[in-house]
Design a protein around this ligand. Structure first.
Ligand code: FEO
Ligand code: CA
Ligand code: CA
Length: 654
């Protein structure tokens, strides 16, 4: 239930490689932690006096700023206690409405959910498995309607022994996988678009809406950007290198200023088997963790998941995919300019000069944080034509310094080490092997980058690092400050200002630690909050974040069950006396993680996804540890999307 919770490797198949990251480049040099902290403080003083970042100087007081007692937070809900049980919990005075469960109808002609008798045909029309990211897109497009809109939802991965009867555990399910069950799993991945409406305080899916759509591993998509059409993107099914069937392991995501969704293909490696070492892509496949023994044995039934047969198919996954939720017939596009790695998600913002910046993290231990900067500028009148900005721009990777600065290094073919001598013949090569390119630039190895998002109110960027229990004392640096980091942390990045606006495209930002998670009562954990947190106010393993209209941060966790405590949501102010003092708002049923938190523009609804309920040892379809949310005999636990509202109305957290 530790790393395999994230990597989704069947526990019994886990080998030492699975427990180790695939980044072989040299680690950080040893530095004494105390010395780093001291030198960082000194450097911060220096930084405040420099001209380039003067305007952001006030952001550089991280934890020393607030030592307020709990209770001074602007968040007025009554905290729930830490727990670990079969139920979903939310603060008193709030209501959790179940909106969509795995198997629920999405398309107008979808059949009823029939547990134990799944078919690919039915699953293709029903809500997929393991809902993750949620995007709320108002209707009509461009409005701020908070009572009618579209939800775009990712379906990250499948858990066969919880989906199908008769398998004691993941090993049995792996061995019992058939062509038919594989076909169901392919349809259970991908994404869903549904129209939703709030009537008399109750959210409902609009049955038969023209927007309702399933995207699966069989949905035809386009490949855009510099890698499109490249030889390394070609397969026997697609000699053009420009068309691909489906998207995989879509974890988190974001949206663009022109109303499209960006969704991140994360752990794509675990679906591909065969003999990766025997292919021309051996070095590439190794760097991304593709092994002869996959987590899903699909290659036995579907040729493209066998790299011996289709060595380039994995090169067509691991991208950011753009989806237009308002146009159900429009093919999604893989935007290769944003690089190929295990994307958590991507969030786009418009910088001071109009260039579009998309922040995106590579979620694996010791991997990197990236941002993409478009060459052209956003034109509000151009609508979705702005999507072209995602095909023409520069991907950068972050190099953090202990002095409180972070440099964004461009990944451009022909510059520095990114030359043919190092195996990069074109920009397509740089993007397909973005990890290896970033290695050569000396990027900073992070503690598993999950969400990285700008707070729409202040423009400051929050980088969520979920944990890294493999970081050794000699690998500690100022931004990843704890060895054996089981708890995770959140880094606050501040762009400089240009013409009075935040310059997201800038080459250098300032950074500071916002929160180091963990239990502050156990000094050995090194937890740091903005002040005293309550008994249930501390958390671990931050993953996705959302910002409410007041500019407060809502943090969802993935991995707190390793501490015997449910995953859920903790919220905090970003400024003032309550800064970085987290309060516990909701908690998941056992085995589940909390994903996709997103607010409606009015802040009166918080949509959340409960992913993999009952994913625990000795839990299976026939005998799950919870049957949430139906609690009916014979009905398995169902990953579900919930709408959280305040009873009687009003802003969440007010
Ligand atoms: Fe799918 Fe990075 O969590
Ligand atoms: Ca995640
Ligand atoms: Ca997660």
């Amino acid at each position: 239930m530790t790393e395999d919770r994230h990597y989704r490797i069947p526990r019994v198949l886990k080998d030492e490689d699975d427990l180790n990251p695939s980044n072989p480049s040299p680690g950080a040099t040893f530095q004494d932690i105390a010395e780093i902290r001291f030198s960082r403080r000194a450097a911060l003083k220096g930084l405040l006096a420099t001209s380039a970042l003067t305007a952001v100087g006030t952001a550089l007081a991280p934890l020393q700023k607030a030592h307020a007692a709990a209770g001074e937070s602007t968040l007025k809900f009554s905290e729930i206690p830490h727990a670990y049980d079969a139920e979903f919990h939310v603060a008193d005075g709030y209501e959790a409405q179940i909106l969509l469960r795995w198997g629920d109808k999405v398309l107008a002609d979808a059949p009823e959910f029939t547990p134990g008798k799944l078919t690919a045909e039915a699953q293709a029309k029903q809500f997929g498995y393991n809902c993750d990211f949620i995007g709320y897109m108002p209707l009509p497009a461009g409005s701020d309607n908070s009572e009618n809109g579209l939800l775009f939802i990712n379906h990250e991965y499948t858990i066969p022994h919880l989906m199908f009867p008769g398998f004691a555990d993941d090993k049995a399910a792996f061995e019992g996988t058939t062509a038919d069950s594989t076909a169901v799993e392919l349809e259970a991945h991908g994404g869903t678009v549904v129209e939703v409406k709030k009537e008399a305080g109750a959210w409902k899916v609009v049955d038969g809406s023209k927007y309702n759509r399933r995207i699966t591993l069989n949905t035809e998509m386009e490949i855009g950007g510099p890698a499109a059409g490249h030889d390394r993107m070609k397969t026997s099914a697609d000699p053009t290198g420009r068309k691909v069937l489906g998207m995989i392991n879509n974890c988190a995501g974001g949206w663009t200023p022109w109303g499209t969704i960006l969704t991140g293909e994360e752990n794509f490696h675990q679906y591909f088997g065969g003999d990766p070492a025997g292919t021309a892509e051996a070095t590439n496949h190794k760097r991304y963790g593709i092994k002869a023994e996959p987590s899903y044995p699909w290659g036995k039934f579907v040729d493209r998941f066998d790299v011996t047969k289709e060595p380039n198919e994995p090169n067509r996954f691991g991208w950011i995919v753009e989806v237009n939720p308002y146009e159900p017939d429009q093919a999604p596009v893989k935007r290769t300019a944003l690089g190929r790695f295990k994307h958590e998600g991507a969030q786009a913002v418009v910088g001071a000069d109009g260039r579009v910046v998309a922040y995106t993290g590579d979620d694996e231990r010791f991997e990197y944080v990236y941002k993409y900067v478009s060459n052209g500028t956003f034109d509000p009148a151009a609508g979705v034509a702005n999507s072209a900005l995602l095909d023409d721009g520069v991907l950068h990777v972050a190099k953090f310094s202990d002095d409180g600065n972070v440099d964004w290094l461009p990944l451009v073919h022909g510059q520095g080490e990114l030359t043919e001598a190092n195996g990069f013949k074109s920009q397509a090569d740089v993007l397909i092997e973005a990890r290896r390119a970033a290695d050569l630039l000396g990027a900073t190895k992070m503690d598993r980058p999950e969400d990285i998002e700008a707070d729409p109110k202040t423009g400051k960027v929050y980088l969520v690092l979920t944990k890294n229990d493999k970081r050794k004392p000699e690998q500690v640096d100022a931004v990843n400050a704890r060895a054996d980091n089981k708890w995770g942390h959140i880094v606050e990045l501040t762009p400089p200002t240009k013409d009075g606006k935040l310059d997201h495209a800038a080459a250098k930002f300032a950074w500071n630690i916002f929160i180091q998670a963990g239990n502050p009562k156990d000094a050995a954990q090194g937890a740091k909050y903005g002040g005293e947190v309550s008994e249930s106010g501390w958390f671990a393993c931050p993953d996705n974040v959302a910002f409410d209209p007041k500019g407060r941060i809502w943090i969802a966790t993935d991995g707190f069950p390793d501490f015997g405590i449910h995953d859920g949501v903790w919220a905090a102010d970003l400024d003032g006396a309550g800064r970085a003092i987290t309060k516990h708002f909701l908690g998941c049923p056992r085995g589940a993680e909390l994903c996709g938190p997103v607010f409606t523009p009015d802040g009166q609804t918080l949509f959340v996804a409960v992913q993999h309920p009952a994913e625990e040892d000795e839990s299976n379809f026939d005998k799950p540890t919870t049957r949430w949310p139906d609690f009916a005999d014979g009905v398995p636990p169902r990953p579900s999307v919930l709408a959280i509202v305040k009873k009687g109305g009003g802003e969440i957290g007010s």
